[in-house]
Ligand binder design. Sequence first.
Ligand code: FES
Length: 160
Amino acid sequence: MKIEFSSPLSNVENIIDSLKNKEGSLLPILHAIQKEVGYIAPQAIERIAIKLKQTPAEIHGVISFYHQFRTSPPAKYKIQICRAEACQSRGSRQLEVHAKSFLNIDYHQMTSDKKFSLDSVYCLGNCATGPNIRINDDLYGRISNEKFEQVLSNVDRELK
Ligand code: FES
């Protein structure tokens, strides 16, 4: 996944052009742009609005309705905590409380240094080893409060 919105206005144009004539094209366009660029920049919103003959405010309205869409670059490490039943029965609720406190953020937020963001997810397909978290594409199981801090510390060390 590319993080920076460097050249990609042409990529964004191509995405919009390839999807704009499909019924209900806005959500697929938003998903595709976020997948390609990492977020939906103001310039992209302008281009979508023009090509779909809507106002930027209308596009913003849809983006803000869905938590998964971002209008700014994502955190370096995206943490997701599984909230589905098996992980809940193994302590994910307590882990959520600890994670929010440890990072000093709530769900759908990122730390002030932009290293970590926190979101929930419903089942990572690894139920037997709950509570589970995913950091970017990596799964971590049997996450106690202590192990959460340890995993983040290891990830943070890799950042330096
Ligand atoms: S319930 Fe958490 S991985 Fe399935």
